[in-house]
Design a protein around this ligand. Structure first.
Ligand SMILES: O=C[C@H](O)COP(=O)(O)O
Length: 247
C-alpha cells in the first residue's frame, strides 16, 4: 500500500439512525490510529451529532452553490462550520439516480474545496460500459472534468474512490486484480501530469466490500482503503473491515 495512510469510509446512504450512530461511535473509539483513518459519511441530518461523538465525519453530497434559493441542498460552508471533514462528490447514485453530470460533479468538487472540505471523488463504470471496453475512457472523463476545471494540483487535497457501478450493493465485488488494475490506471493517469501528487493520492475501492474480502482488496499496491456501503451499517463487520486496512 506504499506509504499512503489507508482510509476506510462508511457511506450510510439513506440509512442509519441516531441509535446506530451512538453504537458505531463506541466501537470505533479506538480504531483511528497511526495506521488507518476511519470516517463515516452519514445522512446530513446526523452530521453534527457524528462530529460531537468524535467521529471523522463526511456528508454524502454538497450543493455546487455557495448559498441562496436552492431548497433541499446541503451547504458545504455549513458542513465545514459543523466540523465535517469530507464530502462525497459524484457517487454513482448521485450520477445515475439524480442525473449529475461530470460537470456538476466538478462544480461540487470545487465548492467543497473552496469551503475547506476534502472531496472524495467517486468514479466508476457501469456493467454495460465495462462490457463495451469503455471502463478507462469513462473514468478518465470523470477525473478530467475536475482537472479541466481546477487543474491537477486540486487533486492533492482530495481522495478518489473507484466504485464500479455493477459492484455497488450487488454482492458482485471486483476481484482484487480487477480493482488493482483500475487503481493503477488512475494513478498512472494522474502521474502523467504530476508524479509526486499521484504517489501521495489515496484511492479507495468501493463495491460490495465486506469483512471477508476487504483484507485481500486492501493488500493491493494501489488500493488505499475502501468506501463501504451496506457493511458500514453493521458494527462488527465495519470494525473488522477497518482493522483489515491496518498494516
Ligand atoms: O459508497 C459505497 C458504495 O456505493 C458501495 O456500497 P456497497 O458496499 O453497499 O456495495
Amino acid at each position: 500500500m506504499a506509504s499512503r495512510k489507508p482510509l476506510v469510509a462508511g457511506n450510510w446512504k439513506l440509512n442509519g439512525s441516531q441509535t446506530l450512530l451512538n453504537e458505531m461511535a463506541n466501537v470505533l473509539e479506538d480504531i483511528n490510529s497511526q495506521e488507518v483513518d476511519v470516517a463515516l459519511f452519514v445522512p446530513a441530518l446526523l452530521a453534527a451529532e457524528a462530529v460531537k461523538l468524535g467521529l471523522q465525519t463526511g456528508v454524502q453530497t454538497v450543493s455546487e452553490y455557495e448559498a441562496g434559493a436552492y431548497t433541499g441542498e446541503t451547504q458545504a460552508a455549513l458542513a465545514k462550520q459543523l466540523g465535517v471533514t469530507y464530502t462525497l462528490v459524484g457517487h454513482s447514485e448521485r450520477r445515475h439516480v439524480f442525473g449529475e453530470s461530470d460537470e456538476d460533479v466538478a462544480n461540487k468538487f470545487a465548492m467543497a474545496q473552496q469551503q475547506g472540505l476534502i472531496p472524495v471523488l467517486c468514479v466508476g463504470e457501469t456493467e454495460q460500459q465495462r462490457e463495451q471496453g469503455e471502463t478507462e475512457s469513462v473514468i478518465s472523463a470523470q477525473i478530467e472534468a475536475v482537472i479541466q476545471k481546477l487543474g491537477v494540483a486540486a487533486l492533492s487535497q482530495s481522495v478518489i474512490a473507484y466504485e464500479p457501478v455493477w459492484a455497488i450493493g450487488t454482492g458482485k465485488t471486483a476481484s482484487p486484480q480487477q480493482a488493482q488494475d483500475i487503481h493503477q490506471f488512475i494513478r498512472d493517469k494522474i502521474a502523467q501530469q504530476d508524479q509526486g501528487l499521484s504517489q501521495g493520492l489515496r484511492i479507495l475501492y468501493g463495491g460490495s466490500v465486506n469483512e471477508k474480502n476487504s483484507e485481500e482488496l486492501f493488500a493491493q499496491q494501489d488500493i488505499d482503503g475502501g468506501l463501504i456501503g451496506g457493511a458500514s451499517l453493521k458494527t462488527g463487520a465495519f470494525v473488522s473491515i477497518c482493522e483489515s486496512a491496518k498494516g
